[in-house]
Design a protein around this ligand. Structure first.
Ligand code: ADP
Ligand code: MG
Length: 694
């Protein structure tokens, strides 16, 4: 290899390992990359030893530099090229690469990469998750190749490339990997040994095979998380009748028995309700040989889920907490955001991030959780990929879980995950029947859904339908959870789904039905603004807030909550307001006006105080009591007796995220302007005496 001074920094500076990038079709080494102490280049890396078979060698190096605008730019240089024997000799030379080598003829290749990223993302599996990954990739021009044995699998029609083969087969996975820059999964039941060896050879697998291996085996997963102090239900491995009985003594009944591996959609679970059920449960799962473990029953009040994204830099970024409602162990409905207190949501995210933080590699992870009656949150399980509980994010979040997964595995910046709509409900369209009957039942519900505002239909194009098989899903968004539920209810009740669902989901959907029975009632059931006051004697002042909200058609509730006479009622009201869907609290108080400040201390919602004139000090006492809040606990205060302004301020707060309300406020301001202008014109034209009828 020719030696000469470089016109750019030595590409081997701090070099740790040298890799070549192999172009799959031609077996030509098209590029070469290095791993450095401070950074590494992305691409599909092959071990230097593999270069020996190369017929020609074009060596390049990349560097990431900052331009004058401080933006990061990738630069590529051709280092050298070799043909025939020379290529082989050079590849031998790389086995003992020297850090301080210098290379000649460094021509700036400036490969002008096309679009956002030209790395091919290889996905093991081409089911609905693979399909939605391809859909998310399309607008960004990212190429997603899939490996799936079924020719007509859901992702097949839209993937950049579909390689027909099994993701459990070593050779199929190896061959597939050759054409991909990074490998990821849409199902965890893949051949992890091959992923391990690909990674050892320098392949880029995200999340790491270590993570996939742990998650594949639910028992190992539990052991791993318990070693990392993640709160879980008690569990133990069961290999025989003795250990089964021991588990039942330790954990009691009902007892959850689970298959360690290849379990999904509840297919690996069996419940023993009493001693006599134990062996039947074990046999239903295929016997002890299948590999089983027992889990203490989690008496949950809700099931929650959090999608956690993990970047290549290991930073975590979570989506909102959602509630999942299962039907016969399969996710049936998802509500986003979960209607839980801020404390519970914060706890759920903390535990989800603790679990994902203990794993390795980039991607999104679906974390399933149990919420117990005392507010405790336990981890159920983690999926190392996009997850059913995150489908809502396609319509409801700024970045969907699928886009986020692609961003994560490609090392692109993670996207914003907050919701762009106030509420969403997702419903899984499961096979109700086999064959044509099943397809026409599904079609009925999809057709109904497309006529409902805010509803989006996803159909996975699976060629066959079976009972309980996930065939598609529907997401409905709305301005409040009640609106989203009511819309979903319209879809489900129309299509007769209500008659065929299990009791828990039935209760849920019945709640949906009652929510829509009367529009006015519904408005009263889901107030957005709480108007509270220390005493009914404040009502003549506070009614002005209610009147202004009436004129804007915004729902509210009015009640008396006294900080001094009913302190516990005040605590209860303030703590539950956010969970009930209240967005702003208007609190009127007179004299020693502690109500607004105390409520603000107990809720994360904005509180607007209305100083009410008491008999002695003209309301100045109320004003000062409300306004003098300590740092950290803000209360907005309007003028003494001016509940109208409190109503208008509350509306402006809602208007920040509700365009309809914002437009009405603008119209209200326009009316005010017109009214004042008309008065001014009249005064100017008739003069002040006539104006005052003097
Ligand atoms: P899958 O992999 O099929 O999703 P899970 O372990 O998540 O299996 O179990 C499916 C469902 O079974 C859960 O969503 C939950 O409703 C119920 N379940 C699982 N484990 C327990 C448990 N320990 N106690 C009570 N219910 C459980
Ligand atoms: Mg599960």
């Amino acid at each position: 290899m020719a030696m000469a001074a470089l016109t750019h920094p030595n590409p081997f500076h701090e070099c740790l390992e040298v890799y070549g990038l192999l172009r799959a079709e031609s077996n030509i080494i098209t590029s070469f990359s290095i791993r450095r102490r401070s950074s590494h280049c992305h691409g599909r890396f092959v071990r230097v030893a593999e270069l020996r078979s190369a017929k020609s060698l074009l060596l390049c190096c990349w560097s990431k530099e900052h331009n004058s605008n401080n933006n990061r730019v990738d630069k590529t240089w051709k280092v050298a090229s070799f043909k025939g024997c020379a290529a082989m000799q050079q590849s031998e030379a790389f086995d003992s690469h020297e850090e301080k080598a210098e290379y000649a003829d460094c021509e700036d290749l400036c490969t002008s990469p096309m679009g956002l990223c030209d790395t091919v993302v290889g996905v093991l599996g081409g089911g609905q998750l693979g399909r939605m990954l391809c859909q998310a990739a399309s607008p960004m021009g990212i190429k997603v190749a899939i490996l799936d044995p079924a020719k007509d699998c859901p992702a097949s029609a839209i993937a950049y490339q579909h390689v027909v083969g099994s993701f459990r087969d070593m050779n199929a996975v190896r061959d597939f990997a050759k054409g991909c820059g990074v490998l990821t999964v849409e199902i965890e039941h893949v051949n992890v040994e091959t992923l391990d060896s690909l990674e050892r050879e320098g392949g880029d697998v995200q999340p790491k095979p270590f993570t996939i291996r742990i998650i594949q085996d639910k028992y190992l997963q539990k052991v791993h998380f318990s070693q990392h102090s993640v709160p879980l239900s008690d569990f133990m491995q069961i290999d025989n009748v003795e250990s089964l009985e021991k588990a039942s003594h330790l954990f009691g009944f009902p007892l959850m028995i689970k298959s360690r591996c290849l379990a999904y959609d509840g297919r690996g679970n069996a419940v023993a309700r009493c001693q006599g059920d134990l062996m039947a449960a074990v046999n239903a799962l295929g016997g002890f040989e299948r590999g089983l473990y027992a889990e203490k029953w989690a008496p949950f009040v809700k099931e929650l889920a959090v999608m956690v994204a993990r970047g290549r830099d290991s930073r975590l970024h979570s989506f909102p907490v959602v509630e999942t409602i299962q039907r016969e162990n399969i996710c049936h409905l998802v509500e986003a955001p979960a209607q839980v207190s801020v404390e519970v949501a914060t706890r759920a995210v903390r535990i989800a991030e603790q679990a994902v933080g203990s794993l390795d590699g980039a991607g999104v992870f679906g974390v399933e959780l149990f919420l117990l009656v005392d507010g405790q949150v336990l981890l159920n399980e983690v999926a190392p990929r996009p997850h059913n509980s995150g489908h809502y994010s396609i319509e409801a979040c700024i970045t969907s879980q699928f886009e986020q997964h692609l961003r994560a595995v490609l090392g692109l910046p993670l996207g914003e995950t907050s919701m762009k709509v106030p509420a969403a409900v997702m419903y899984n369209v499961l096979g109700e029947d086999e064959g044509t009957a099943g397809f026409s039942a599904a079609q009925k519900i999809l057709r109904r859904a497309v006529s409902i505002p805010g509803a989006s239909v996803h159909w996975y194009e699976k060629p066959d339908i079976r009972k309980h098989r996930k065939m598609g899903h529907i997401t409905v968004v709305g301005s409040t959870m009640e609106v989203a539920r009511a819309r979903m209810n319209e879809i489900l009740s129309f299509s007769g789904q209500i008659t065929s669902i299990c009791s828990k989901a039935e209760t849920h959907i019945k709640a949906y039905q009652s929510a829509v029975s009367d529009h006015v009632e519904k408005q009263e059931e889901s107030p957005l603004i709480g108007i509270i006051m220390g005493s009914d004697s404040d009502l003549p002042v506070m009614k002005a807030a209610a009147e202004v909200l009436d004129s804007f058609g915004v729902s509210y509730e009015v009640t008396v909550v006294s900080a001094h006479r009913t302190p516990l009622r005040m605590v209860d009201y303030a703590q539950k307001a956010q969970q009930r869907g209240i967005k702003v609290i208007i609190a009127g108080a007179g004299g020693a006006a502690h109500l607004p400040g105390m409520v603000a201390a107990l809720t994360p919602l904005p509180v607007i105080g209305v100083p009410v004139k008491a008999s002695a000090l003209d309301g100045v006492d109320s004003l000062l009591s409300i306004v003098q809040m300590p740092k950290g606990v803000p209360v907005a205060v309007v003028a003494i007796q001016n509940a109208t302004n409190a109503g208008l301020l509350a509306l402006r707060m809602l208007g920040a995220t509700d365009r309809g309300i914002l437009e009405k406020i603008a119209a209200y301001q326009e009316d005010l302007r017109k009214m004042v202008t008309e008065k001014a014109e009249k005064l100017e034209s008739v003069g002040w005496r006539q104006y005052l009828n003097l």
